[in-house]
Design a binder for this molecule. Structure first.
Ligand SMILES: [Ca+2]
Length: 227
């Protein structure tokens, strides 16, 4: 078991937390954020996930995981990751043909914050990637009719090989993350701007009972100042 430190800010710090970030100083299996939903995650026939990241692609790192949702049946029920030169989503352990955004070399190499959102819907298999509030890639036909199992584990910064654990530093994230929000339906990001009010996970998530941080990550004030 990894050591868990519950971050419970004093009431007076609540406002400050909106601008905070979690820093993953290097790729390590002991650096992670577990998101605690407001309610048990239901089975999902659709979802939208948004987060701020500041990230530089790592040479020779083929997989870098931003967010993962693991269930008993599929430990890759939902994964958002950088894979080679692409940003990729995996649904129920599937991948490769759908749900991809090819990155230009400079997209994430400017040491600035970027706002990423991704959505998927089982009804027609539609998927969308938004970067900084603009639609960057979309398609249909990805896992039509599939459903994500309920009551899984949401983890930022690690791929899960079992529910809530089984991390591997070779798939871990290095960089800064802030303001994760997750919905159980498709959100039109271009209509709501920089959305934060996820109905499963609402950013800012650095409030008591909404997040568990491993004691190896660093919380600092260098957030995107936008949520
Ligand atoms: Ca893994």
């Amino acid at each position: 078991m990894h050591a868990i430190v519950l971050y419970e800010p004093p009431q007076s710090e609540t406002l400050l937390l909106t601008n905070r970030a979690v820093e993953f100083t290097h790729r390590s299996a002991s650096k992670w954020i577990r998101l605690v939903p407001k309610r048990c995650t239901p089975s999902l026939g659709a979802l939208t996930a948004c987060l701020w990241i500041k990230y530089n692609p790592i040479l020779n790192a083929t997989k870098t995981t931003l967010l993962s949702y693991a269930t008993t049946t599929y430990t890759k029920a939902f994964v958002l990751l950088f894979e080679d030169e692409e940003l990729v989503i995996r649904i129920n352990s599937h991948s490769h043909l759908f749900g991809r955004l090819t990155l230009s070399n400079s997209t994430f190499s400017d040491n600035a914050w970027h706002y990423l959102c991704v959505s998927w819907a089982s009804s027609d298999g539609s998927w969308h990637f938004y970067v900084n509030g603009s639609l960057a890639s979309q398609g249909t036909g990805y896992d039509v009719g599939e459903v994500l199992e309920s009551d899984g584990a949401w983890v930022v910064g690690q791929d899960q090989n079992s529910v809530g654990s089984g991390f591997d530093h070779r798939q871990a994230f290095k960089g800064f993350v802030s303001s994760v929000a997750i919905w159980d339906h498709v959100v039109n990001i271009t209509n709501c701007g920089l959305c934060c009010q996820g109905n499963l996970i609402t950013c800012p998530y650095f409030s008591s009972s909404e997040v568990e941080l491993s004691d190896a990550v660093i919380v600092n004030d260098d957030g995107p100042n936008n949520c």
